[in-house]
Design a protein around this ligand. Sequence first.
Ligand code: FES
Length: 166
Amino acid sequence: MITTEEVCSVHNMTEAKKFDLLKEVIKDYNKKESNLIQILHLAQAIFGHIPPDVQHFIADQMELSISKVNSVLTFYSFFSTQPKGKYTVSICLGTACYVRGGKEVLSKLKSVLGIDVGATTEDKIFSLTVMRCIGACGLAPAMTINNKVYKQVNPNKIQRILGMLK
Ligand code: FES
């Protein structure tokens, strides 16, 4: 069975080859609706995001309606239908982070980046997402940028953190 790790070597593949790989993934998962989330994860690993043509391909191959595929995609915040920026900034809105100021950090991120949750800046540098508890509640509110965790963030630190990345 094809894994996410194997799929990570797709950078130089043509679009046609990526669709061939996705077809194989869907076949590996027996076209079962119960495997749709896993298939979407691998589709995102192959294409970087899940645009409409990929959604239609998955729906056709799995003999599902496009609205079924789309409803699963839009329900889970870790799926993206838009290309992501170089940096994905994710603020935790789990209970501990929320009560310790996560919401204010999110407001600051939105205003500094000039985008809403789920969007990417025009220069394709930053994407903004929210997440649930990542197990750093003792040092809430927590934020991640790609794989790096920032603890005890507050609105005053945002400009400096993002400025260091640019
Ligand atoms: S609630 Fe944010 S890290 Fe646990």
